[in-house]
Design a protein around this ligand. Structure first.
Ligand code: SF4
Length: 183
């Protein structure tokens, strides 16, 4: 079993897929390794590629506000991505890139042993919950698998594109908080 620092070192120097050639910085997940809650998005964006930290741009501000709305902050949770390197032009990560990178997420999950996993957006939900997951219909619902509660909410960038999604995402975050309190 690797430590967080060992895992981060692997990710920082990883050559396992083509994204290694175009990234500026690989973006290892970050947060509280003892948290019961793991948030998973799809891939780092432009700001994250520059800073090497998940969710540092406008999406990060939306995410922090959503956490704050239920009395949490980044030190209370762990946040990571399916792929750790930025896909050029913000395209979706390809299936082969997800496949190459998924072992790092599995190790992060083993390190954290979360009780709740929250997928941020369709791509993470389709990778983690079910390939045909419909984020518009199913966001905010929970299912229990292998001793872990799984759910999905809209990705913060979707809220930036369509602010009408903010209120229903806040409601989903309240459900996450309620689930946390039942653990
Ligand atoms: S996306 Fe993942 S598998 Fe591909 S180079 Fe980056 S860390 Fe390695």
């Amino acid at each position: 079993m690797y430590t967080y620092e060992e895992l981060k070192n692997f990710v920082d120097h990883c050559p396992r897929c083509q994204l290694a050639r175009t990234r500026n910085r690989a973006v290892m997940g970050k947060g509280n390794l003892n948290s019961p809650i793991l948030f998973i998005a799809e891939a780092p964006g432009n700001s994250e590629d520059r800073d090497g930290i998940p969710f540092t741009g406008p999406s990060g501000t939306v995410f922090d506000d959503l956490l704050g709305s239920i009395g949490l902050n980044r030190q209370d949770i762990y946040l990571t991505n399916i792929v750790k390197c930025h896909p050029p032009n913000n395209r979706d990560p390809l299936p082969q890139e997800q496949e190459a990178c998924i072992a790092y997420l599995k190790y992060e999950t083993l390190l954290i042993r979360p009780k709740i996993i929250v997928c941020l957006g369709r791509i993470a939900a389709q990778r983690i919950i079910r390939p045909d997951y419909r984020i518009t219909r199913e966001h905010g619902t929970f299912l229990y698998r292998k001793n872990t509660w799984l759910t999905a909410v809209y990705h913060p960038s979707a809220i930036l594109r369509d602010p009408a999604k903010l209120e229903e995402t806040k409601a989903d975050f309240r459900k996450i908080r309620e689930k946390w309190e039942t653990l």
